[in-house]
Write a protein that binds this ligand. Structure first.
Ligand SMILES: Cc1ncc(COP(=O)(O)O)c(C=O)c1O
Length: 374
């Protein structure tokens, strides 16, 4: 029996062709394809007066986004504990401290009432995560940010292509970050992006991405480089190469197809699990969602035996996430009440979801779950 992985990238001959063409150009580093990838992202997200900077990972995107937003030593940044540790590490890398907040039961995104209670004189920014591709309470987040003059850095790493009231994440609000790592909806093998509404921040992000060097970006966008340059700020080697951008370009051209095929699987799962006692499928019809993972909630005391049951049927699963406040390095971080997080983290189970997933695999996953609860 062929094992079904929980994640599987969709790599077609189109991707191979893009890569060999990029290799043929002979300019492997950051270059014209990096720029083209940024332009494609801007076009897919329908951006007006907003700017895209691609990076080598989603984590580096978050790091420079926070720096560009003015986060630094002495500041606090609020994010959820029910999140990937990339966000928390990005905050620490700026010299700021992370403050962890609880989530809501309905969308597993930040609980804005509880976030409000955590705001203090040192709070500089909020990082709300759109978990699994499902938008968090963006209205609540921006209301809170406005009231307390906070920056918002949206973690859209799971949600490239998700919309809220017809507007894609990244297409409104403050800064948004995305990830194109190997398992995301589209991949550039590894990669990320920052979208900012601020022209001055675009320049700052470009400097932060490339060792603080001033004129390199525009020349590199023409597959060339400057030999007389100045270094104008702190900076990192966080740029995305032409070859990685070529993978991203091949993938972004198929984004709608990938999203649609994932939505179909999610809807099939939702329908199959809707009437099973004790199961909580995601509360969405996926119409505005670009689904990254399918996160099913199961009774906490039965999760381990379900995992074993699925394993016997060759169905791989994941657990997203172990809350970050449980990890050794973050145990002492300031946090609020975590009642929902503590419960949810016992219940979540990520089922296989791929772009263009084989129908027989979808049925095997469903049979695995339903037979366990029969
Ligand atoms: C919620 C979240 N934020 C940030 C990241 C970091 O992205 P990357 O792996 O591209 O660094 C991830 C990666 O899985 C993630 O799941």
């Amino acid at each position: 029996m062929e094992p079904i992985p929980v994640f599987a990238p969709h790599i077609g001959v189109d991707t191979l062709k893009h890569v060999t063409d990029a290799l043929d150009v002979g300019w492997l580093g950051m270059g014209a394809l990096t720029k083209e990838f940024e332009e494609r992202i801007a076009s897919v997200l329908n951006l007006r007066d907003r700017y895209v900077v691609v990076t080598n990972t989603g984590t580096s995107a978050l790091h420079i986004a926070l720096l560009a937003a003015g986060v630094g030593p002495g500041d606090e940044v609020i994010t959820t504990s029910f999140n990937y540790v990339a966000d928390h590490q990005a905050v620490i890398a700026t010299g700021a401290s992370v403050v962890m907040c609880d989530i809501r039961d309905d969308n597993l995104g930040i609980d804005c009432d509880k976030a409000g209670e955590l705001i203090g004189p040192r709070t500089k920014a909020i990082i709300p995560l759109h978990f699994a591709g499902i938008a968090c309470d963006v209205e609540g987040v921006y209301r809170l940010a406005k009231r307390h003059h906070l920056r918002v850095v949206e973690d859209g790493c799971h949600a490239f292509g998700t919309s809220v009231d017809g507007r894609p994440i990244g297409g409104f609000g403050d800064i948004a970050c995305f990830s194109f790592d190997p398992v995301k909806i589209i991949t550039s093998i590894d990669g990320g992006a920052v979208v900012t509404p601020n022209r001055a921040e675009l320049e700052r992000l470009r400097h932060l991405r490339l060792l603080g060097v001033d004129k390199d970006t525009l020349l590199r966008y023409q597959n060339s480089r400057a030999w007389d340059y100045d270094v104008v700020s702190q900076g990192f080697r966080y740029h995305l190469t032409n070859v990685m951008a070529s993978v991203g370009l091949s993938q972004i051209k198929r984004l709608s197809e990938f999203i649609e095929s994932r939505r179909e699987v999610c809807r099939r799962y939702n329908a199959a699990f809707a009437d099973i006692d004790g199961l909580t499928p995601p509360r969405t019809d996926f119409a505005d969602v670009s689904p990254f993972i399918y996160s099913l909630r199961v009774p906490g005391n039965r999760r381990d035996s379900l995992i074993q049951h699925l394993d016997k049927r060759g169905v791989g699963v994941g657990v997203h996430f172990i809350p970050v406040h449980k990890h050794t390095y973050f145990r002492e971080a300031r946090r609020g009440d975590m009642a929902v997080t503590e419960r949810i983290c016992q219940e979540v189970l990520t089922l296989p979801l791929h772009s263009n997933m084989k129908p027989a695999w979808v049925e095997r996953v469903i049979e695995g779950v339903t037979s366990f609860f029969a």
